[in-house]
Every structure is written in structure tokens, then in C-alpha cells.
Design a protein around this ligand. Sequence first.
Ligand code: FMN
Length: 165
Amino acid sequence: MADDLIGRALLWETIQQKEHYPIFRLTYLSKPVAPFTDADFDDIEHKSVKANNERDLTGLLIVHDDRILQILEGREAVVRELYAKIKADNRHTITKLVTEVEDEERLLLTWSMVVRRITNIPAEISEQYQQIYDELLHAEAHSEITIDHIDLFKVIALFASLPVA
Ligand SMILES: Cc1cc2nc3c(=O)[nH]c(=O)nc-3n(C[C@H](O)[C@H](O)[C@H](O)COP(=O)(O)O)c2cc1C
């Protein structure tokens, strides 16, 4: 029991450690050119998880019909390089670069690119997502992605991970 607690405390401490470099967080919105197929999802997820791990990149990608949102966190040069690739990907069109900010810590610590297609989430969460999405889409340049936004996106991703009832 004590060992277990110590183990957990050490793990927590490791997680809390600041990175040795500033974290750059980029958030963009995009639209699929045509509705994403299972093959598109498989391809993006398959490539991203491995490639992002190797780049020390974390992030979250949510696809809710034609509202795509992605947050990327990591070293600035690495994030920018990947963003240039993603931008050139002809499966979607970027509609807005919402934020590019430097931070002392990662907000998506353990999320090495979680790709979620949202098809079956509670209506109120879906509505909340659409509302926040549309606010971000129409907001001034460099609007903020708050911790509350990120928490909502995480909840959505978690719901989307549940088996369909
Ligand atoms: C919406 C969307 C999100 C993507 N996210 C990532 C990502 O996080 N990491 C990644 O490596 N590729 C991602 N991709 C795929 C890249 O656009 C590109 O296909 C991939 O990096 C492979 O590039 P390469 O084979 O030229 O290295 C994404 C594509 C789309 C359409």
C-alpha cells in the first residue's frame, strides 16, 4: 500500500515537472472537403499517434460533422512544421488559426494526439461544442483558448471514446 502511494506520488511529481523548453500551443479550426471516411480517420490516427510521440507533441483532434478543431502542443518549431503539413493536407480546409501561444506547461499532458470523431454524445455537450466552436470561428484574431474550453474538449473526447450504447 505504502509502495503504491509512493509510486503514485512519484508519478505525479514527474507529470508536474515543467518541460525544459517553453510549450507552444496552436489551435486551428477546419472543414472537411468531403465527410471523413473511416479510412481517413484510420490514416490520420495511425500516422499521428506515432509521429507525434516521436516529436514530443501532444494534442487533441475533434471532428464533429463539419466542425474540426485541433490543438497541438510542443516545441514551437515542431508544432509549426507539423501545422504546415496539416494545412497542406487536401482532405480539409483551414478556416481559422485561432491561437498561437507560448506557455510554461502542457495542458494536454498525456494526450499524444487523441483523434475523436463525434457521432454520439449527449445533445447538450454537442450544442455546447457547436456554440464554442462558432464563437471561436468568429472571434477576433488570437482569441484565447481557456482551460474551460480545453476541459470541455477533453470531456467530448472522453464521451466519444465510450462504446456506443
Ligand atoms: C484534420 C487533420 C489532422 C491531422 N493531424 C495530424 C497530426 O496531429 N500529426 C500528424 O503527423 N499528421 C496529422 N495529419 C496528417 C498530415 O496532414 C500528413 O498527412 C501527415 O503528417 C503525413 O505526412 P508525411 O507522410 O508527409 O510525413 C492530419 C491531417 C488532417 C486532415
